[in-house]
Design a protein around this ligand. Structure first.
Ligand code: SAH
Length: 397
């Protein structure tokens, strides 16, 4: 018999709205002895069947729903979900000429804990939940049947796996080891991705739409691209006719790739039109401010500052600090393109932080455009947590 959980009265409400998480405090009793990641049936307190979910005994999120329908969680189930995810992205892939994109965005694609990015013929999986780990072999078989020409690599080297009682894992799941450079294209920009050694699964696909939208602000401008990683925004700035782009990051391998990317695209980077600076952005901004160095455009795309609610206050201070500094080094009428990928910080709070930064910088700031994560990172209406990346274009007077 399939193990089962029965919910506390009233706790079925969020499931009826198709939210996929079941917290430990919402469970009244457990039947059977479900193993780490095993599929269980979920019932309301009155015995009404609600969903099939994966059991996660070590996590506060005790179960994650695979399906709200009476179906077996097997290879066919995963094939269906994968086909649906690909279909959902088909027009975006064609529109933006993508050979690298997020194929599966976990909960937002009905596959909790499973992220899959596709770089050319390499599928890179990040499995974050006990259920995802439990289904790994079945998932790999489903991927092979849907994408017979693809190699499959795992990049589950993320600390949150601990909360699920899982070790970090990386390695080949099927086919060949990825080479150190897989070149993808988006919006006619070529980008080299290091699947094995890069951040996350190798690249920040989620900023693609914002990178494209940033192009209209850079023509003939002096641009400072903070937290550049492998050049992302900087490449679009070069394409958009920037006079000069300074890319700053603390990762030398990322900067080396950024430079290689500029060459790949045959952008003219002679005469220091593109600079790749190994620097701590927090220090660099203060140096520029103290020296009086000014820019027309500052791009601010820092790593996630808030991983949990108790880090949110500190994160707010961090965002305020760097945005204040960015405003201080902008010429009057300059453009600040600023982003936050901390899901815990919503758009309203982020706008308030920019407002606080404007007060401290003693500058007048006009919000002129808003940005979100790229279209291959959708948000399911039942799972608002899937919306995490937001940004603003601001004119700083
Ligand atoms: N804008 C990039 C993604 C940025 S990810 C893109 O579009 O692809 C965040 C980057 O910040 C990482 O490359 C990381 O190496 C860098 N980073 C983290 N802390 C930093 C610091 N204090 N100074 C400079 N770079 C930092």
């Amino acid at each position: 018999m399939t193990p089962a959980i029965y919910l506390v009265k009233g706790r079925e409400k969020s499931l009826r709205r198709k939210h996929p998480w079941i917290f430990s405090r919402g469970i009244q009793r457990t039947e059977g002895d479900p193993q780490l990641g095993e599929t269980i049936d979920v019932f309301a307190h009155n015995g009404q069947w609600l969903a099939k979910a994966a059991y996660s005994p070590h996590s506060q999120i005790r179960a994650r729903v695979w399906s709200f329908e009476q179906e077996t969680i097997d290879q066919t189930f995963f094939e269906k979900r994968l086909a649906q995810a690909l279909l959902l992205r088909q027009d975006i892939i064609a529109r933006d000429g993508l050979t690298g994109f997020r194929l599966v965005a976990a909960e937002s694609d009905g596959l909790p804990g499973i992220t899959i990015d596709k770089y050319q013929n390499f599928l890179v999986c990040q499995l974050l939940s006990a259920g995802a780990e439990y289904q790994k072999d079945v998932l790999v078989q489903a991927l092979q049947s849907q994408f017979p020409d693809c190699h499959i690599y795992e990049r589950s080297d993320v600390a949150v796996r601990k909360k699920e009682g899982l070790e970090e894992r990386v390695g080949v799941l099927h086919g060949e080891m990825p080479p150190s450079s897989v070149v993808i294209e988006e919006n006619d920009v070529k980008i080299s991705v290091d699947i094995v050694g890069g951040h996350k699964t190798g690249f920040y696909l989620d900023q693609r739409d914002s990178r494209l939208q940033s192009m209209k602000y850079v023509n003939q401008k002096e641009v400072l691209n903070c937290f550049s990683y492998t050049g992302g925004f900087g490449l679009y700035a070069l394409k958009g006719g920037a006079k000069r782009v300074i890319n700053a990051d603390v990762s030398q391998p990322a900067l080396d790739t950024a430079k290689y990317n500029a060459q790949l695209n045959e952008f003219d980077i002679a005469k220091k039109r593109a600079v790749f600076l190994n620097a701590d952005v927090f220090k660099l901004l203060r140096e520029y401010r103290d020296q009086g160095t000014k820019f027309d455009v500052v791009i601010m795309d820092p790593p996630k500052f808030a991983e949990s609610k108790n880090q949110l206050n500190g994160a707010c201070r961090g965002y305020k600090d760097i945005n204040m500094l960015a405003m201080q080094i902008l010429k009057p009428g300059g453009t600040l393109l600023t982003y936050s990928c901390s899901g815990l910080m919503d758009q309203v709070l982020f706008q308030k932080i920019i407002a606080d930064a404007a007060v401290d910088a003693q500058r007048s700031v006009k919000f002129i455009e808003r940005f979100e994560q790229a279209a291959d990172h959708p948000t399911d209406s039942a799972y608002p947590e899937g919306f995490y990346l937001k940004g603003f274009a601001c004119k700083v007077l």
